[in-house]
Design a protein around this ligand. Structure first.
Ligand code: G6P
Length: 594
């Protein structure tokens, strides 16, 4: 949420900053800005809207070798040019990602000291505060003092006009990484920002301050002691951030799903490998799965699968709720945190809460070295590669693959699935691409044409079909802006069925053969009230208006296949409605504020 890149070095900083911002736009895109030093003057350029709008305002012939920049996801104050970053006060100019919780009281105090504020943001307060502290004339000392005063979360890149060759950076509960190559020094929210120059980087820790100059990055702690940083090599390549001929990243990423599953399966494709990798689960008798958004929906699927196949109780919980309520975990419990970014503020807060209670934790995470990956006792990487589209698809499928494998293992361990059956299921997972190919070939445009003019669309299902319905509905509303709801099929009649009118589309998930008859009864209830029904199932059902056929596979694998048509339908509907598919309004991919 909000992307930062700063650069000092031999190159023209404006090019580095704008290219970097474009690669960070998944973190927010309602306004953007740069501050750069040209002939010892700090110049600031900001614009409402996407980075491309800012780019139009920039004169790239201007010489500058140092600058900071920001792409915003608004929290405090509307998305406009004044509220866009950088913010400045006299000698200090900075960009901020996070939320300053005590900004109102600080603002009041600073106003009493005679400062004027121009924006509605919490971030401007940081610039004014640091400027005020800096009057004591030691910038590092002032930053250390400021850290003691600020409450909340922040990643900050700071310029001080008295030191025109340096960038200062600090962070708390918001990510920030630093990198160095022969051409200069970089600070950014995430690796893609500078990946075209270097794939080596270090993670700034919470108690550290980094001082970037063109030849060096010095990292010190609050006592001004020097710190040597570990260098991490980013495994993905820059091409994963290109569209490769696809119209949108979302489509490209859906088409990458079979490769993602294949990559994961290399580590799990035999019985012995599965046992080896998952045996750490043996000591746990209860699981809480905590996550946000689509990752939470993976948790809901996992609940259905683990409870059914392994007979072990699972709570799937939304992190923003979980962090403020009691949990009922003990020494035999495992708290599992599912997150693509590994930086979701509510998930991190929940992780820290249960860790403080002495509960074992596992992260199922995509971004290597992210906060959840680092802070969990154990981590399973989902290996989906960088996901650029804001609406998650391939990372969702990767998370789902991991929880499917966990459910399989636990099912075996608890004597509900025999060894030869486990081997059979692993084989089927290993060749799942054949089934995925069949699904990718289907003409979803035709279905989309039936849907895109509607104002409301429902998804219904039971069991894991319901869990996948939640994800299908979220995907549709987030990228097409059609109001959509997912309901447990049997629950619709308790109120929401009143919204079903003649021709209201209802997407009916009915692959779960254990409960299909009950789901069919519920579908008939909506049909009787005029609904236009589209089935997602293993066979053609005549009573439905339309059918999408999911290739028959093992039950435990079915959710993995079933979600793909729903992702593609959302994509095609959003395309027909001319929506900005990769960057839907109001959203951000990495939600680093609570
Ligand atoms: C945002 C994204 C979703 C994602 C959720 C959780 O809302 O747009 O796609 O599911 O955050 O993010 P995480 O990085 O923790 O998986």
């Amino acid at each position: 949420m909000c992307g930062i890149i700063g650069y000092v070095g031999k190159k023209n900083s404006l090019h580095v900053l704008i290219n970097g911002l474009k690669r960070l736009e998944y973190r927010g895109y309602d306004s953007a800005g740069v501050a750069f030093i040209n002939k010892n003057n700090i110049e600031i350029i900001k614009e409402k809207g996407k980075v491309a709008e800012l780019e139009k305002k920039i004169d790239f012939t201007k010489e500058s070798n140092i600058g900071i920049s920001h792409t915003r996801w608004a929290t405090h104050g509307a998305a406009n040019e004044i509220n866009a970053h950088p913010h400045s006060c006299e000698k200090i100019t900075l960009v901020h990602n996070g939320i300053i919780e005590n900004y109102e009281i600080l603002k009041k105090e600073l106003k009493q000291k005679g400062y004027t504020f121009y924006s509605e943001t919490d971030s401007e307060v940081v610039a004014v505060l640091l400027n005020d502290l800096y009057k004591e004339n030691d910038i590092i000392e002032s930053i250390i003092k400021m850290k003691k005063i600020l409450k909340g979360s922040y990643a900050l890149a700071i310029l001080c006009s008295d030191y025109p060759n340096q960038i200062y950076t600090i962070r708390k509960d918001s990510p920030l990484i630093i990198a160095k190559d022969s051409e200069g020094s970089y600070v950014a929210s995430d690796v893609p920002a500078f990946l075209e120059y270097t794939n080596k980087y270090s993670i700034l820790a919470e108690e550290e301050i980094a001082i970037l100059t063109k030849d060096n990055i010095e990292v010190i702690n609050n006592k001004k002691e020097k710190i040597t940083k570990e260098t991490i090599t980013f495994e993905g390549d820059i091409n994963s951030s290109q569209k490769d001929g696809y119209d949108h990243f979302m489509l490209k990423e859906i088409f990458e799903e079979k490769d993602v599953i294949k990559r994961i399966m290399k580590d799990y494709n035999t019985f012995d490998k599965l046992i080896e990798k998952m045996k750490f689960l043996d000591k746990y008798k209860k699981f809480d799965i905590i996550a946000c958004g689509s990752a939470y929906h993976v948790g809901v699927v996992a609940k259905y699968l683990i409870e059914e196949f392994a007979n072990i109780p699972v709570n799937a919980e939304i992190a923003s709720e979980y962090r403020y309520k009691n949990n009922f975990l003990d020494k035999e419990s495992l708290a599992i945190f599912i997150s693509q970014s590994g930086e979701t503020a509510d998930s991190i807060a929940s992780l820290r809460k249960v860790k403080a209670e002495g509960i074992d934790t596992l992260g199922i995470v995509n971004v290597v070295g992210s906060s959840i990956a680092r802070e969990s006792d154990n981590v399973i990487y989902t290996k989906a590669g960088p996901e650029i589209a804001v609406a998650t698809t391939k990372a969702f499928v990767a998370q789902l693959t991991i929880v499917t494998l966990m459910s399989l293992y636990l099912g075996y361990k608890n004597k509900n699935i025999k060894k030869d059956k486990v081997t059979e299921i692993l084989k089927e997972l290993d060749i799942i691409e054949n089934n995925i190919d069949k699904l990718l070939k289907y003409d979803y445009k035709e279905i989309a044409k039936l849907l895109y003019k509607h104002e409301k669309i429902f998804f219904i299902g039971r069991g894991y079909d319901y869990a996948i319905a939640l994800e299908g509905s979220l995907k549709l509303k987030e990228i097409s802006y059609i109001h959509s709801e997912a309901y447990a099929a049997g629950e619709l009649k308790h109120g929401t069925i009143s919204l079903i009118e003649e021709n209201t589309p209802v997407i009916c998930l009915l692959t779960d053969e254990n409960i299909i008859d009950k789901t069919i009864s519920n579908i008939k209830e909506v049909k009787a009230r005029g609904a236009y029904t589209i089935g997602v199932s293993n066979e053609e059902h005549e009573f439905l208006n339309n059918n999408i056929i999911i290739p028959k596979t093992k039950r435990i694998i079915t959710p993995l296949l079933e979600v793909i048509p729903l992702q593609l339908i959302s994509y095609e509907v959003a395309k027909l409605r001319d929506c900005d598919i990769d960057k839907p309004r109001n959203l951000a991919k990495s939600v680093t504020v609570e």
